[in-house]
Write a protein that binds this ligand. Sequence first.
Ligand code: NAD
Ligand code: DAU
Length: 352
Amino acid sequence: MTILVTGAAGFIGSNFVLDWFDNSQEDVVSIDILTYAGNLENLSSLDGNSHHHFIRGNISDRALVSEILNKYQIRAIVNFAAESHVDRSIHGPGDFIDTNIVGTYNLLESVRSYWNDLDEATKKAFRFLHVSTDEVYGSLADKTPAFTEKSPYEPNSPYSASKASSDHLVRAWFHTYGLPVLTTNCSNNYGPYHFPEKLIPLCILNALNGKPLPIYGDGKQIRDWLYVKDHCTAIREVLKQGQIGETYNVGGWNEKTNLEVVETLCAILDELKPKSDGKRYADQMTFVKDRPGHDRRYAIDASKLERELGWKPQETFETGLRKTVLWYLENETWVNHVVSGEYQHWVEKQYS
Ligand code: NAD
Ligand code: DAU
């Protein structure tokens, strides 16, 4: 048996594939178009592993996806492939429409055609797991209850609107065609292999390089944070035991303001790699112009996943963040490769 993982060279996709091989003997086919966010170095520890097959390609390429599905007799798909950065979606929404909406549509159609031709038992066991985000639910007011699976969709950015559209397509392919789908809506991930355009890795690297730590607006926006390995475990559980057609919220019960996040990571750095001038990394925090349409608060109620599938996060925010900071300190080569080239253009465009 083989599973197909899309967007497998990105942050969560690569963590998922590595985690899969720590927990399973089953083969994985990874497909990724390798945008700026896709990095084969994330998967380099699997070089020479005959159970892993990497294919560079687009989820919209129906001929290629059909060939893969048939050749490897895929029994499940985990769809991570997406454009994932909110700020980039504000500068240019087109790629988000192309991959997150049209790409998901094309993938669903390739899969539906393959699935239709399977024998009844294989058809029944087949799964299409769509990885989505808490951002589809929009922004929460202070002290209001966390998002549940029943919360209305109210996306506010081009990114979240494109993810919401993809969730609706996945839902429709279940109700209309019977495709056995599962959807997960997760909060902010952090951990190894996180591309440094996102808050946590950006601030770790800027701190170490003596650069400003940019805080949008007043820094009191709230996100729920989940260590990426806990997200991977949740996805494995949903794939194994989830009810088809259902959605599952995934979160870490870790609501933090952005100021708290950056202050905590600065304190960890002060301890692990004190500055030679005796100053604190937090002194580099700098308030900058806010993100347009910036959602104020996200919070996830993950009790359905805990109650029905027995999942619980293993890391607290403090333990997960310490592991993350250590990983960046210990993986200088990875960091040096990632921050060259296209990354510099992005930093210039966003922060100059
Ligand atoms: P990422 O940007 O790090 O990785 C996305 C990967 O998809 C990249 O490797 C990229 O090359 C690939 N890709 C893009 N377009 C493609 C296409 N057309 N065909 C094939 N591959 C393509 O993103 P991530 O942070 O790893 O997020 C993965 C998924 O999880 C996304 O769907 C995202 O919406 C969702 N998600 C992310 C978070 C988070 O905090 N990062 C939280 C919840 C949900
Ligand atoms: O909630 C899940 C989502 O989390 C995922 O669906 C997205 O793919 C992922 O990118 C992430 O979105 P956010 O916009 O929340 O993540 P980001 O790291 O970009 O920003 C986190 C918070 O920090 C947000 O309130 C904006 C703020 N921020 C971000 C950057 C990059 C800053 O204050 N300064 C910055 O330079």
